[in-house]
Design a protein around this ligand. Structure first.
Ligand code: 13P
Ligand code: SF4
Length: 303
């Protein structure tokens, strides 16, 4: 049952002809009022197909809302809390990509969607955690500059063995997925029949321990289709919230209940209501940067 605040938001949403897009790491109360919940790729595809709505409330972090703004230059995209930034996306400045290109002139630049718009403008193509392998395989170049996540880079390098993956910057990472350590595998001893799913942003040793390495959207489909009963989830805890809601007959356990992305949690129902009422905080991307980065986003969507 929805509470009064959630009902107010749904009414306002209708009055304003708005839609709410939410990443899988949003809290359950926001997931319940979203028009669409997904991983980075699904949100990007959804954003590329917005036609009817005038206002898009994006419950995710800065790089996701920027991508929606890049794909919809004529629409108003708002973030309920303007400080919702992904620290990893800030680890790769555009300047560093330009320098790497000078050092490796024959390499293709593949950037994780977790980057700022000015970095995206320097990329040949983008990728997300669900399509990174397919994107890299689609390229003719043998040498790939890949950033900013070193763990996703290692994952891709293990899957696409005939290409050289050069990581930029050194040590780019997600602080949430860095919280998982091999010691947490204790969960496996407690639940020997459980399937361990981890995100490719986890350290390589965690990836090696897992049954599957998947994006958050990949985990949603995997659990929905599986005939098995118990799943241990190695990513941000609110993915567990969504999995439990959608799979009430299965047992879904977080690998680590402290794995919380504080940046995603800045959005609250009160702030979502405010963003609809006052149409703030608008996500603006400089036109020249948006035009340049749109090419890299669209090239990824073609793959
Ligand atoms: P997904 O695309 O798998 O949802 O990952 C986004 C992200 O920020 C993971 O930390
Ligand atoms: Fe960024 Fe990590 Fe949060 Fe994902 S979980 S938004 S990569 S800080």
């Amino acid at each position: 049952m929805l509470n009064n605040l959630q009902k107010d938001i749904l009414k306002l949403k209708e009055d304003k002809n708005a839609i709410i897009l939410a990443h899988n790491y949003q809290t359950g109360d926001i997931q319940e009022i979203a028009d669409f919940i997904g991983d980075s790729l699904e949100l990007c595809i959804e954003a590329s197909q917005i036609t009817e709505s005038d206002l898009v409330v994006f419950c995710g972090v800065d790089f996701m809302a920027e991508t929606a703004a890049i794909l919809n230059p004529d629409k108003k995209i708002v973030l309920p809390d303007k400080k919702a930034e992904c620290p990893m996306a800030h680890m790769l400045p555009a300047e560093e990509i330009k320098k790497a290109r000078e050092r490796y002139p024959d390499a293709a630049v593949v950037l994780y969607i977790n980057t700022l718009a000015e970095a995206k403008a320097e990329a040949d193509i983008l990728c997300t955690s669900s399509n990174a392998v397919a994107v890299v395989e689609s390229l003719k170049e043998d040498q790939i500059l890949f950033g900013p996540d070193m763990n996703l880079a290692s994952y891709v390098s293990g899957q696409v063995v005939d290409k050289e993956i050069i990581t930029i910057p050194e040590g780019g990472h997600c602080y949430v997925h860095k919280m998982f350590h091999k010691g947490d595998i204790i969960m496996r001893e407690k639940y020997p029949d459980a399937v361990l799913l981890v995100h490719p942003e986890c350290d390589v040793e965690m990836q090696a321990e897992a049954d599957e390495v998947l994006s958050t959207g990949g985990m949603i489909s995997y659990v929905a289709k599986s005939d098995l009963q118990t799943f241990i989830i190695g990513t941000e805890v609110d993915l567990v919230t969504r999995l439990r809601r959608e799979n009430p007959d299965k047992t879904i356990l977080p690998l680590l209940s402290e794995a919380i992305c504080e940046n995603m949690k800045l959005h609250t129902l009160d702030k979502v209501k405010n963003s609809l009422l006052n149409e703030e905080f608008v996500v603006a991307v400089d036109k020249e940067i948006a035009d340049k980065s749109r090419k890299a986003v669209e090239r990824m969507l073609e793959v």
